[in-house]
Write a protein that binds this ligand. Structure first.
Ligand SMILES: [Zn+2]
Length: 484
């Protein structure tokens, strides 16, 4: 068992020579840690992942109902609301796919696919019915400026583009932009394709993108792709390995016809919400700065009659932020700086809520001193932490916190953000020190119907909540002067 020695950091920072005051502070920290409850966090996670909130697809009535539930929790614990209230609105255009059918005709033989298993429309697909041939086009990337073009010399007009998700050279960051769903979809549509079909090992819900008129994006499983490639005697996994190894475009026409029908409703004027509550700092000078503890609240929703509960991704992170808020609130422990607890919407649609918040920090919240992000905290029994290299106090605070909590399985510096980054990205890009936490998984049901409460471990929710509480406290108490 590890013995926690908080006194050095705390006493230096608080500059309180009186032993009594220091003892009181340590007792208050202990009380706050003791107030953290894994089972309580599990209950929030269970409610959020339940039928009633329909997978929390940002912009839906069910999302709004969930947001109001969380805001009511914040209020009941005594958190303050920003001047605009607990809910911060932002535009959230989205779609709900009601049903879909896909039939492949391979070498003259028809095969009707099973929605949700063999294929899935991307969750901003246009509605309608289309048929056409198909062309395999590597990564679906057109980057002539980088000397790479999967579309060079092929005609995809009136056909489906079939491709993998990824880039020819992951080490070359200039390809990152081309790995955004929106950029890839535009590339296919600009060439007259009917749609773009990703090959994923297993299909998964994906609402990240924009409705493009008469354009039909979808996914098929690797097993279905194997059927498509069978006339050529190719396996999808081998094809992907070749693309990764040779880093040159591999493109060929498929002897197949694809019939796709999608029934979907689009809501271009919908509104999503971040849920924002705060506990004012105890130091009049430092309180104008805040430490943000954030997690995305949204999931992928309910489509084709399939609920995507998003328990691990990310009712779990939301539950951690809520439980840390409750523990600080009920224990009375107050750092010098203000603590802002933010549940972001629209992460799954491309960091909509966190981007909006970072660009429009609601008053009286002001200077953000640091941002802690929690995304996928519910599966497994250990946690990883990643953090900005500067200031060193951030890394030190997390390490000191873990010397007491003892759950970190690994740490890593955040060197940059990319298209797969979570809600810390908009903060990181503004030069704000960030830390991101995630449990060790295995996260097997990512964006699938199986991401349910049954995969969640209450103990890891509790442990990560304690690590978060103590890290935030120690970062605030650390020897870092106020910044402007
Ligand atoms: Zn997530």
């Amino acid at each position: 068992m590890k013995i926690w020695i908080p006194s050095l950091l705390l006493l230096a920072a608080l500059a309180l020579p009186a032993e009594d005051a220091a003892t009181q502070t340590v007792q208050a920290v202990d009380a706050a840690l003791a107030a953290v409850s894994g089972p309580a966090a599990y209950e929030y996670c269970k409610v959020l992942a339940g039928e009633a909130y329909a997978g929390r697809h940002t912009g839906t009535p069910e999302y709004e109902a969930a947001a109001r539930w969380a805001a009511a929790k914040f209020a009941s614990w005594g958190l303050s609301a920003p001047s605009g209230g607990f809910l911060q609105p932002f535009p959230a255009p989205h779609a709900v796919v009601d049903s879909s059918e896909m039939t492949l005709t391979i070498a003259g033989k028809e095969r009707k696919l099973v929605a949700g298993k063999d294929f899935l429309p991307i969750l901003f697909s246009a509605a309608g019915r289309v048929s056409g041939g198909a062309v395999f086009a590597g990564w679906g990337i057109s980057a002539p400026e980088l000397g790479y073009d999967d579309y060079a010399g092929v005609d995809v007009r009136g056909k489906f583009v079939v491709c993998f998700r990824g880039v020819p050279d992951p080490a070359d960051k200039r390809f990152q932009r081309h790995d955004e769903h929106r950029v890839r979809m535009q590339a296919a549509r600009a060439r007259g394709a009917l749609g773009l079909i990703y090959i994923y090992p297993e299909v998964q819900a994906n609402p990240n993108g924009d409705l493009l008129e008469k354009f039909f994006p979808a996914e098929i499983s690797e097993a279905v792709a194997d059927e498509l490639f069978a006339p050529r005697g190719i396996k999808a996994a081998e094809l992907k390995k070749d693309l990764q190894a040779y880093r040159v475009p591999i493109t060929f026409a498929l002897d197949a016809r694809i019939d796709l029908a999608v029934e979907a409703r689009h809501f271009p004027g919908a509104v999503g919400y971040n849920i924002v509550g705060y506990l004012a700092g105890s130091d009049p000078k430092l309180a104008r700065e805040c430490i943000v503890l954030g997690a995305h609240f949204d999931g992928c929703g309910r489509h084709l009659g399939i609920l995507f509960p998003g328990a691990d991704d990310n009712a779990s992170g939301s539950a951690v932020v809520m439980e840390v808020a409750r523990a600080f609130a009920v224990s009375g422990l107050r750092p010098g700086r203000t603590l802002a607890f933010v549940l972001f919407g629209g992460e799954e649609m491309g960091l909509l809520g966190s981007s909006h918040f970072a660009a429009n920090v609601p008053a009286p919240l002001h200077k953000i001193r640091a941002m802690f992000n929690f995304d996928m905290e519910g599966e497994g029994d250990r946690s990883f932490a990643t953090f900005s290299p500067e200031p060193a106090a951030l890394r030190q605070a997390i390490a000191a916190a873990d010397s007491r909590v003892g759950i970190l399985a690994g740490t890593r510096e955040i060197k940059e953000v990319g298209v797969r980054s979570s809600d810390f990205a908009p903060f990181f890009l503004r030069g704000i020190p960030c830390a991101a936490f995630y449990s060790n998984g295995p996260h097997l049901a990512y964006h699938q119907a199986g991401d349910s409460i049954f995969r969640i471990n209450p103990d890891i929710l509790g442990a990560i909540s304690r690590l978060a509480l103590l890290s935030a406290w120690l970062l605030d108490a650390g020897p870092s002067p106020a910044v402007d």
